[in-house]
Design a protein around this ligand. Structure first.
Ligand SMILES: Cc1cc2nc3c(=O)[nH]c(=O)nc-3n(C[C@H](O)[C@H](O)[C@H](O)COP(=O)(O)OP(=O)(O)OC[C@H]3O[C@@H](n4cnc5c(N)ncnc54)[C@H](O)[C@@H]3O)c2cc1C
Length: 410
């Protein structure tokens, strides 16, 4: 690396902006070009379904850095310009306007895109997705003026919008193909907590349901028809059925792609000059000994420091445990760790589950794989240590609030 090198970052979201920041922090003095398809400065998405959507968080707060930061740090921002191709042999990125940017090293931080539906009516007016600041603005205006909303998909985003909509006085029906919300991520024991939470706020869940169409009149959504013929009337429909990693650029460039861009533990792709971070990264995780791709804010925040180190020729390994959080009504929670779907054999609760003030632990063969603190705070570091210790713990001690978590980690 020398100061005449050019490092290019494609994707001006949280991971992209943090990659530029980490490179400067770690002493890179060369040219940095940050290329983004959206017209906005890099921003954080969690507020888009929480405080920003509710109108309680200011717009300025969502941006990763103020505009002046990029000039101060000598980061060239190319916004509103998608990268359309990569030439790994010639080390160049092609942009939608036909121009090319040469790179010495490249970071792909292209994130993920929401999945859409293929049922009739899916592209009607009044059918919403939520990924961008513009989507959140549109949804915010919508919630202020409608009476009934149908949400397709009881994942984190569907449920957070549902909570906001209920608090704005909108009637909400949530259509979910599984028998509980968040079932794949949490399993039935803890998924029930979220089902009860929303039911207590008047949400109408339709579980084990399929969608056969979005009903329309004059091109506008008027509700949905379920697979069993049930008709649900609504003024708008939110589709929140998960995201897919934006890995097409990488795939077209011949990089190894499998559920995102395949990376080693230093977040390097199958091309030694190309790295990736954030939602698009499917990286070897040293603690788990397997590749994982997580769609969490904390990952996009923290992976770039490891990417920058690797780009600068330093030893690098990204080994932080996955972490995420949610806020719904008066329930705030943090989750740390990772459990593959069905990958646990026991759930232990500590605290008051009915009163929604507890910690849940997912275990396999007596070892804690993940923990979730619900309306209980300042325990994430202890949870992290407990998971990393791989200690075998007795369920009764885990459930007992008198036993400090730090003691269980040994
Ligand atoms: C509404 C919402 C709420 C969320 N809430 C939480 C939460 O509470 N907790 C949590 O842990 N996580 C949450 N997440 C997830 C979190 O926001 C993501 O994990 C995070 O945004 C990932 O950051 P990223 O930089 O990898 O990708 P993104 O934020 O998706 O940014 C990628 C950027 O790259 C751009 N791009 C893509 N392709 C190209 C191209 N070819 N050329 C140029 N630019 C390109 C995209 O336009 C985008 O701006 C939420 C996400 C959403 C949408």
């Amino acid at each position: 690396m020398n100061s005449s090198d050019t490092f290019v970052v494609v994707g001006a979201g949280l991971a992209g902006a943090k990659a530029a920041e980490a490179l400067r922090e770690q002493g890179f003095g060369g040219r940095i070009v940050l290329i983004g398809a959206e017209q906005h400065l890099p921003y954080e998405r969690p507020p888009l379904s929480k405080g920003y959507l509710a109108g309680s968080a200011e717009r300025e707060k969502v941006f990763v850095h103020p505009e002046s930061w990029y000039a101060e740090q000598n980061v060239e921002l190319c916004l509103d310009r998608a990268a359309t191709g990569i030439d790994p042999a010639g080390r160049a990125v092609r942009l939608a306007d036909g121009s090319e940017v040469r790179y010495d090293k490249l970071v792909l931080a292209t994130g993920a895109s929401p999945r859409s539906l293929s049922v009739p009516g899916a592209d009607a007016e009044g059918v919403y997705l939520l990924r961008t600041l513009d989507d959140s603005d549109a949804l915010r205006g919508l919630l202020a003026g409608i009476r009934r909303l149908v949400v397709i998909g009881a994942g984190w985003i569907g449920l957070e919008v549902t909570a906001n909509a209920r608090q704005a006085g909108v009637e909400v029906t949530v259509v979910e193909s599984a028998e509980l919300p968040l079932l794949r991520v949490l399993g039935p024991e803890v998924a029930r907590v979220f089902a009860d939470l929303h039911a207590s706020h008047g949400v109408d869940f339709r579980f084990n349901a399929s969608l056969s169409e979005i009903r329309t009149q004059d091109g506008r959504a008027t509700g949905v028809t379920l697979g069993d013929g049930t008709v649900i009337d609504a003024d708008a429909v939110l589709v929140a059925v998960g995201v897919s990693p934006n890995s097409q650029l990488a795939e077209d460039a011949g990089l190894r792609v499998d559920n995102g861009i395949v990376l080693d533990e230093a977040l390097r792709s199958s091309d030694e000059n190309i790295f990736a971070a954030g939602d698009v990264a499917n990286a070897l995780h040293p603690f788990y000994g397997t590749r994982i791709r997580v769609e969490h804010w904390a990952n996009a925040l923290n992976q770039p420091a490891a990417v920058a180190a690797a780009m600068l020729g330093q030893p690098a390994s990204y080994d932080r445990l996955p972490y995420f959080y949610t806020d719904q009504y008066d329930l705030g929670m943090e989750y740390v760790g990772y459990v593959a779907p069905g990958g646990y054999d026991q759930v232990v609760f500590r605290g008051d589950v009915a009163g929604r003030e507890f910690i849940a632990f997912w275990l396999s063969e007596g070892r804690v794989l993940a923990g979730m603190n619900v309306n209980v705070w300042d325990v994430v570091d202890d949870l992290r240590s407990l998971i990393q210790s791989r200690a075998v713990v007795a369920a009764d001690r885990l459930a007992d609030p008198a036993v400090p978590l730090a003691e269980l980690a040994g």
